[in-house]
Design a protein around this ligand. Structure first.
Ligand code: GLV
Length: 303
């Protein structure tokens, strides 16, 4: 059963091509609910899910899966989407803003408007550490990309890490140490009970003065009113938000027209059928062969 959020025809065609022996039924035209073994969607009505007694797995079309938290979904594995192409797009987005602020692009745009030719030295790349909050497949991809450009990489996770060439931090103390040791912070944390509203005034107070905050994971991890205060007080010199507490960002949000805040509408990376459908099909084939799909959502961890 397939209920894609967008690109309905493309998803249908891609999955049909990838799984030629399977009867792909595009919701709501489910002609034989008893035959449904796999459900592919972002969000779907939990009541409707009860119509499929032979369901074996749910395959999410998103990397983040907080939509399943506490939901009354059938007791089958929920498989997340780990799409390197999407991670690459997110890395390009993050790198764009790191370079933009590190290399003072706003300053040069203002100079161009005034026809001024006056170079100013930027901090050496090696002296501009970038901190990544959340170091799963997306965070690691971003880290690799920025390390490739010469930025020192700090990473904060729940459990620490061992990636070579990366300075790892964990736990609450680690969070404060990591943000104070970085010039730009990139937030790709999943939304879990532990990360919800994690970036608050207390954490922001530890950011290095004048640092940059780039949020492209989940808006619920950041308290926006605290973020605005941190920008006003100059703790942060700029904030870039691709995700917000409420999406779409409400028209009365002060974030919209703050001169040092940049907003994009949850577009740092896209789920695209041509790369995502083969990954989902590969997981379905794994289950068919009796192997474990991956990565599987763990409700206790929240991702
Ligand atoms: C998009 O936000 C995703 O989680 O895939």
């Amino acid at each position: 059963m397939l209920n894609p959020y967008s690109e309905r025809t493309e998803w249908f065609e891609m999955l049909t091509r990838e799984l030629p022996d399977m009867d792909i039924q595009l919701w709501p035209d489910i002609h034989n609910p008893d035959s449904v073994e796999y459900a592919v969607f972002w969000v779907h009505d939990t009541e409707d899910m009860r119509r499929y007694p032979n369901l074996r797995a749910i395959l999410a079309t998103t990397a983040g899966v907080e939509q399943f938290a506490g939901g009354d979904y059938p007791d089958v594995p929920i498989v997340r989407l780990a799409d390197e192409t999407m991670a690459g797009e997110m890395a390009a987005y993050a790198a764009h803003w790191v370079v933009h602020f590190h290399r003072k692009m706003d300053f040069y745009l203002d100079q161009q408007a005034a026809k001024v030719w006056r170079p100013t030295r930027a901090t050496a790349t090696g002296d501009f550490p970038v901190g990544i909050l959340g170091f799963g497949s997306i965070g690691r991809h971003i880290g690799k990309c920025l390390a490739g450009l010469g930025y020192p990489i700090n990473a904060w996770t729940r459990t620490g890490g061992e990636e070579e060439g990366v300075t790892h931090y964990r736990g609450r103390d680690g969070l404060e140490d990591m943000v104070s040791a970085s010039r730009a912070i990139i937030n790709v944390l999943p939304h879990t009970p532990e990360t919800r509203r994690l970036i608050d005034a207390g954490v922001l107070a530890h950011f290095a003065p004048g640092s940059i905050y780039i949020s492209l994971g989940r808006g619920a991890t950041t308290i926006e009113s605290d973020l605005v205060s941190a920008v006003e007080q100059g703790v942060l010199s700029a904030a870039v938000l691709d995700v917000t507490e409420t999406e779409p960002l409400p028209p009365d949000s002060p974030l919209w027209n703050h001169p040092r805040v940049r907003i994009t509408p949850h577009t740092s990376g896209f789920t695209r059928a041509p790369t995502a459908a083969p990954l989902i099909a590969a997981n379905i084939r794994r289950i068919e062969r009796g192997e474990a799909p991956f990565p599987v959502y763990d409700p206790r961890q929240g991702y």
